[in-house]
Design a protein around this ligand. Sequence first.
Ligand SMILES: [Zn+2]
Length: 98
Amino acid sequence: MMTRRQRIISLLEEGDYSPSELAKALDMRGRGSIKIILEDLKAIQRTLKREGKVLLIKPAECRNCGFVFKPEIKVPSKCPRCKSEWIEEPRFKIVVRD
Ligand SMILES: [Zn+2]
């Protein structure tokens, strides 16, 4: 039986996911689920270092003006440039460090 974090790791080793897609894949619902996923990703990022793997982050992007956020483990709510809330979530993937 895998823990939630182990399931996230195995998904991210197979492909790239946004926090919402991870929540859906893990059958998590409700407003708090994205926050839990983000906390899990931060913890996973710390443990991966010991295994020679890295968490790749494709940064969030404003779908209105194309502004690219910093590659961080968070989901921005608003674009600092155009104030739009139409934000493409960041995407995450785990790869072996070479
Ligand atoms: Zn924008």
